[in-house]
Design a protein around this ligand. Structure first.
Ligand SMILES: Cc1cc2nc3c(=O)[nH]c(=O)nc-3n(C[C@H](O)[C@H](O)[C@H](O)COP(=O)(O)OP(=O)(O)OC[C@H]3O[C@@H](n4cnc5c(N)ncnc54)[C@H](O)[C@@H]3O)c2cc1C
Length: 458
């Protein structure tokens, strides 16, 4: 590779300031906040327009250099660390909110739009509408999140965030631009069909199918009143029954459960948070009564949310990021898994056993997706980044958890390289063949994030 020439070419495309190969710039792109090992990066480039993306892709193809698209880089599972080196395509400069369609309720945006940006924009300009966003830091991009089938507080009601994608504009490995969804036929980005649905190919494929340069995501009416109802229960065996019953009530927006050894007062309990919505305070009060009854019937206790609990769970959630603070040098990574409801009690029990085996305080959680059609389960492990043995310990715990998830009939979500390999191993061979064939057809030179969804040694 003629490094100097490639840098010059990249700088000619995006401008001198936005393409680099200096070690001090590359350093941060060689790693992410999770437990994956760092890997070398050759170039970082920040395009502003689709034409620039096309030129970069064509250059990468001519030179056969890997290309890794990146949003906020916050998956924790190392998905934006280039496996085979090459160019990291940092999309943050493509951050225009192009259109908010209030009637068909979608936002047409560029891929660098962050979750915080869209939320703030809607709050200011369309206060009756809300986006579906994850509990991730606000610098996470909407694109990066929907492209990995993310989920958030609207998921129990409307499904995972991948399901909320109405359409995509993508630059393929050839440099051609394709529009997928209703936007392929119409000026409106209102739905994925009714034509063969190719959007799905770009979800959870981790940048191996193309670069997304525009996307339409559904937005939703904002409820007038919302209340969070806490509850506690002792026995995880009661979880499925309770969840089935709660979700028959149409006013439930979000359901999150968790079990963790810290703080001490939570030890031994399953805690849950149920978000209810309504049109007035009287409406909420009536629904609260119904919910309390459902709790009692299923061996659970209702708890009035104190300010301390709201601070702990809502303002500074320990549920996901808090475990990082339990140990010095803190960081954390979790195995996220999509699981069937029937296996959730066993997942809690055996997940806690794995944590204890590796000397990490159990921190387990789950969120309902689309009623109980799917549950996202979190097995979270905190680590001290300054201690290599501790990091390896965490990687071992993650690996064992991936095995557990697959054994229980679940599927690791946004899995790190090791998890992707385990999934491929268990996958129906013809599904795998179809996927690899499509990929080969779209990207014959194998430049699109190679090493991901691959059976080859990395
Ligand atoms: C504290 C914490 C809490 C979290 N809570 C949640 C949660 O509640 N729900 C949830 O879903 N997630 C959660 N996450 C995980 C993750 O942060 C989010 O899913 C996040 O939205 C990912 O977005 P990103 O911009 O960081 O994506 P990135 O990591 O940048 O990218 C994700 C994937 O998409 C690909 N990609 C990115 N942009 C493009 C593009 N333009 N074209 C093609 N491919 C692209 C990347 O190559 C990568 O494979 C959490 C993470 C943290 C650290």
């Amino acid at each position: 590779m003629n490094t100097n020439q490639i840098l010059k070419d990249l700088q000619n495309i995006v401008g001198k300031e936005f393409a680099t190969n200096s070690p001090e710039d590359l350093y941060i792109y060689s790693q992410d906040p999770g437990a994956s090992l760092p890997r070398p990066v050759d170039f970082v480039v920040m395009p502003k327009t689709i034409e620039e993306v096309q030129k970069i892709v064509k250059l990468a193809n001519e030179e056969k250099i890997p290309l890794v698209p990146m949003g906020g880089g916050l998956t924790l599972s190392g998905l934006i660390i280039p496996v085979r080196g090459g160019i990291v395509l940092d999309m943050k400069r493509m951050n225009q909110i192009i259109e908010i369609n209030e009637l068909s309720r979608y936002a047409l945006i560029e891929p660098g739009v962050s979750t915080g940006q869209l939320l703030a924009y809607l709050n200011e300009h369309h206060p009756d509408l809300q986006p579906a966003i994850p509990d991730a830091p606000p610098s996470a991009t909407i694109a990066g999140n929907v492209l990995i089938h993310g989920s958030g507080y609207l998921s129990q009601k409307y499904g995972d965030h991948g399901a909320m994608v109405n359409g995509l504009e993508v630059v393929l490995a050839s440099g051609e631009v394709a529009r997928l969804g209703s936007c392929a036929v119409s000026d409106y980005w209102f739905a994925r069909g009714p034509i063969p649905d190719l959007v799905g190919l770009f979800l959870s494929s981790f940048g191996t199918m193309g670069i997304v340069t525009k996307l339409s995501v559904q937005i939703f009416p904002k409820p007038k009143f919302r209340e969070i109802v806490f509850g506690l229960m002792k026995d995880e065996e009661n979880i499925p029954k309770l969840l089935l019953e709660i979700t028959t009530k149409e006013f439930i927006e979000d359901v999150i459960l968790g079990k963790q050894d810290k703080p001490e007062w939570l030890k031994g309990y399953i805690f849950f948070m149920v978000y209810i919505t309504g049109d007035s305070q009287e409406d909420i009060d009536a629904k609260l009564k119904i919910l309390k009854k459902t709790y009692r019937k299923n061996g659970a206790r209702y708890m009035k949310a104190t300010q301390k609990m709201i601070d702990l769970y809502i303002e500074k959630p320990i549920f996901a990021s808090g475990p990082a603070d339990f140990r010095k040098g803190g960081g954390f990574e979790y195995v996220g898994a999509n699981m069937p409801l029937e296996k959730i009690p066993e997942a809690y029990r055996r997940g806690a056993e794995i944590s204890r085996k590796y000397g990490i305080p159990p921190t387990l959680g789950s969120r309902l997706i689309g009623q109980t059609h799917n549950i996202v389960m979190f097995f979270s492990y905190s680590f001290n980044r300054a201690d290599p043995d501790d990091m390896q310990n965490t990687r071992n715990a993650l690996e064992e958890t991936n095995h557990l998830v697959l054994e229980l009939g679940g599927i690791p979500w946004k899995g790190e390289l090791g998890a992707q390999k385990l999934v491929l191993k268990k996958m129906d061979p013809n599904y795998k063949k179809l996927f690899f064939n499509i990929r080969q057809m779209l990207d014959p030179n194998g430049i699109m994030n190679p090493g991901n969804w691959s059976e080859e040694e990395n």
